[in-house]
Design a protein around this ligand. Structure first.
Ligand SMILES: Nc1ncnc2c1ncn2[C@@H]1O[C@H](COP(=O)(O)OP(=O)(O)OP(=O)(O)O)[C@@H](O)[C@H]1O
Length: 515
């Protein structure tokens, strides 16, 4: 077995490895880590600048950022390293002294900056618009929304890519040897290669390869682990249940909360644990640019009642809701909340009194269910943590999710996420809650749980305005049904009046299509 012995001598010369090990650690490993870390830090600074430039409104910032990125991402790393290292050698010597080491770091940083800039840009742009909308609906200012939710989420999303970039820099650092490093500046590859020449076999290079893997493999696994933990949170308290199990889970919670209600206020005897507010909408107009979306809407919502808004797609239903908490600004007309004009209020104040639940939940994915509910209590209402936690736990119990309070949204079903979103809106103690097609994004078997919860809130006296395609729900639960078409209220009345005795041709046609 001569060839086997030859292979062993070539790759597994233990003595050669042992000889090179000390310098591999004290010189190679040290320099590789310095080169990779320094170029990653400088690359992050440069990348942030490039990211901000590339999403700027000004093309004079966008174009240079684009050109830079195209060039430094497009060139092979070795070309950049040689061009910078040799092309600027004289200036480099004047500034940094004889060693090409700093120019190597500079070249690696310029390359890393191009990649990291793209990583940051896509991270910021990948945070859904709904996140900022949810922040605003929870009465956060734009700055608070960015600081508390959008930027941390963007950074979390790019964390794995940044670690990958660091790994890339660890590997690319081996190219700096082409610039001709001093003996004390050699990185892992160069130490291994030099020793390979001395011993005449590849064992030192194999050891160098092992060193690279020792740095990169644990990092890859660590970042995957951190990413998963951040996304899913602790999964205590059971896995995602089936939709049918969710309905009974919720029925139990609703019953428990009704049992705790004082007899004088219980569901059976005339309800009203919530202090529902009233809305009076007069001549409301709204336009997106030249597109008139609401045209003189008039509507009264009595305290503690459920109003369901129905109508064809594009008729302005969502826009009407968004005017009621000023996520969009009306063009004309007025809305009175308990007799006070909402246009005279600060939007953040208004949104404490008028909560909103969205079609796509818009929960904050990096926070547990409990934190989602607590966030605005601590950050906006300024409650001490303990009080906020008590309230948040009670609201989660209301929606049947006490056992899943530590789950992140990613570990909950759509129906459960929507119930957390309802708990989050309830926690602010609003007088009115707006629901914007909240079951449209749910699987059919999850719809019932959410609708049951909403029906229960209605029975307990919450004023609710609900945009929905669930005609059965509207018929059963609504005190008032409003039919909109082309930006106008065409008919409004009791469910019986709307569904059994429609007056206008448009409503008759609509019902014929959807029922
Ligand atoms: N941000 C926006 N910018 C421009 N136009 C918009 C915007 N949002 C909605 N629109 C337009 O305004 C009109 C009304 O939209 P709106 O979402 O209020 O209707 P809708 O009745 O809720 O419809 P759907 O049931 O499909 O959600 C539509 O023509 C829509 O294209």
């Amino acid at each position: 077995m001569n060839w086997l012995e030859n292979l062993r001598r070539s790759f597994l010369d233990w003595q050669a490895m042992a000889d090179v090990l000390p310098s591999m650690i004290t010189i190679g490993l040290k320099n590789t880590l310095i080169l990779a870390a320094a170029s990653t830090v400088l690359g992050v600074i440069l990348g942030m600048l490039l990211a901000v430039m590339s999403i700027s409104q000004s093309r004079w910032l966008r174009i240079p950022a684009r050109v830079y990125t195209d060039i430094f991402r497009g060139l092979p790393a070795i070309v950049t390293i040689l061009l910078i290292g040799q092309g600027f050698a004289r200036i480099g010597r004047e500034i940094f002294g004889p060693s090409p080491y700093p120019l190597g770091i500079l070249a690696l940083s310029l390359i890393a900056g191009a990649y990291i800039g793209e990583i940051f840009r896509s991270g910021i742009q990948s945070v859904e618009r709904g996140q900022m909308e949810a922040c605003r609906a929870l009465s956060m200012s734009y700055g608070q929304g960015m600081r508390l939710i959008v930027i941390p989420q963007g950074i979390r999303r790019v964390l794995p890519a940044l670690v990958n970039q660091f790994i890339g820099n660890v590997k690319d650092s081996s190219l700096v040897y082409f610039l001709g490093l001093l003996a004390s500046e050699r990185e892992i590859f160069r130490v291994g290669q030099d020793q390979a020449v001395v011993t005449g076999n590849l064992s030192p290079l194999l050891l160098a390869g092992a060193f690279y893997l020792v740095i990169t493999v644990p990092l890859t696994h660590m970042v995957n682990y951190i990413d998963n933990t951040l996304r899913l949170g602790k999964q205590k308290g059971g896995a995602v249940t089936s939709g049918l199990a969710e309905v009974s889970e919720l029925a139990g919670a609703v019953k428990a909360s009704a049992d705790q209600t004082p007899a004088s206020q219980s569901v059976a005897t005339g309800k009203s644990r919530f202090k529902g507010g009233s809305l009076a909408i007069t001549n409301l107009d709204m336009a997106y640019g030249n597109l008139d979306v609401l045209k003189g809407v008039n509507l009264t919502v009595k305290p503690g009642t459920v109003t369901c808004v129905i109508g064809p797609s594009g008729s302005g239903k969502s826009t009407l809701l968004r005017c009621l908490n000023r996520l969009v600004e009306p063009k004309g007309g007025d809305v009175l909340l308990d007799g006070e004009s909402i246009l005279a209020m600060k939007p953040e104040k208004l949104r404490r009194r008028v909560g909103m639940v969205f079609q796509h939940f818009n929960l904050f994915p990096d926070h547990s269910a409990l934190e989602n509910v607590m966030l605005s209590l601590t950050k906006i209402k300024g409650l001490p943590r303990q009080d906020a936690e008590r309230i948040a736990e009670a609201r989660l119990a209301d929606v049947g999710l006490a056992a899943r309070k530590h789950h992140r949204p990613g570990g909950l079903s759509g129906g459960q996420q929507q119930r957390v979103a309802i708990a989050r809106a309830l926690a602010m103690d609003p007088e009115v809650i707006l629901f914007d097609e909240v079951t449209s994004a749910l699987d059919p078997e999850l719809v019932k749980g959410v609708l049951n919860l909403m029906a229960d809130l209605g029975l307990r006296g919450m004023t609710m305005v609900i945009v929905t395609h669930e005609m059965g729900f509207a018929r059963k639960v609504a005190d008032q049904v409003v039919f909109m078409d082309e930006g106008r209220v065409i008919e409004a009345g009791t469910p019986t009046a709307i569904f059994d005795n429609p007056q206008s041709a448009r409503l008759k046609h609509f019902l014929a299509e959807v029922l």
